[in-house]
Design a protein around this ligand. Sequence first.
Ligand SMILES: [Zn+2]
Length: 104
Amino acid sequence: MLFSLASNTQIIYLMGMYDTVWLNCPKCNKEHGFQSKSGECYLKDYTLENCPDDALANVNRHSPCECDCGATLSVEVETRKVIVKEGSVCLTLARSAHEIQKCG
Ligand SMILES: [Zn+2]
């Protein structure tokens, strides 16, 4: 890939922008930042309570997210609640193992 032109720098920067929705693991209370690329993506920080609908719609793009405590977290967009799955249960619910990512 060629990134030698100065004009490309701006493009790369814009592509890397996202909003972050912060939530706490219901099990251990560790804080996690879920990145969303829907919505305006101005590197804003939101919580599940104040996140705009358009940004929240894309909040699960990196989830399910594996917490250090072993719980697997995802967000139920309709209710704005954190869903916890544990251990082997989350593995069977994920479409493939590599979809589960560490975050936080
Ligand atoms: Zn946890």
